[in-house]
Design a protein. Sequence first.
Length: 262
Amino acid sequence: MAQKKKQQQSARERVRAEQQARAAQDQRVKVVFRSLIGVAVLAVVAVVAAIALNQGGGASATPGNMTDDGVVLVGQDGGVDAEGSADAAEDLPRVGVYVDFQCPHCLAFEQTNMPFLTEQVEAGAIALEVHPVALMDNASQGTQFSSRAANAAACVATHEPGAFLDVTQSLFDLQQAATQGSVNDDVLTGAVSDAGAGSADTRACILDREYDGWVRDATDRALADPDLAGPSGRFGTPTVLIDGERFAGEQTPEGLAAALGL
């Protein structure tokens, strides 16, 4: 009888030992699993951070010669410049234009009105405020031309503001090629350089997409501003302001001249 009880006790101890061993194994598996999850999460965070860095500057990278997300241009020495123009523009009628370089309506506005507006700026009759935004990245075959062109414009405003208007025209000239997805970095920097902004600083700024974060933030601010919304209740491009008020008249030289009292 005593022998039988001893055998039963030994069996229970073996079962208990096996259970403890399984529990310990399960605990080790859980620890390893949690560790793998932790490593995976850190890897994802690192990848996301790398992507963000490769896509350009953060929101804190603000372009030079910008006021309220726009570059203010006035006539200087027989031409057009942005350096120090904010103070010079205080007493002038002001035309503000929000543009997306991938936007066909913006291209039409530029072709119709920019010669007139440039002439008025050069004559010292008005100040022109240009706001690059990026609404149409999905229209350039995955090349994000809207954002890259807006970043390029911000780079020029910062480093070579005297060439800004010529560069904007060149960026619009790339629109058809961008629609086909054929505007790579060499094409973009080449067009900017040919338009008169060929410094090493400007090129590096464009290639590094230094103001990508600013482009995103400025576009979000425009989309969220009720004063910029059109009849549909939404912001779109081109949006034109006369002395800070949304202009709903004819977007022609005659319509703009009448609104400006010229």
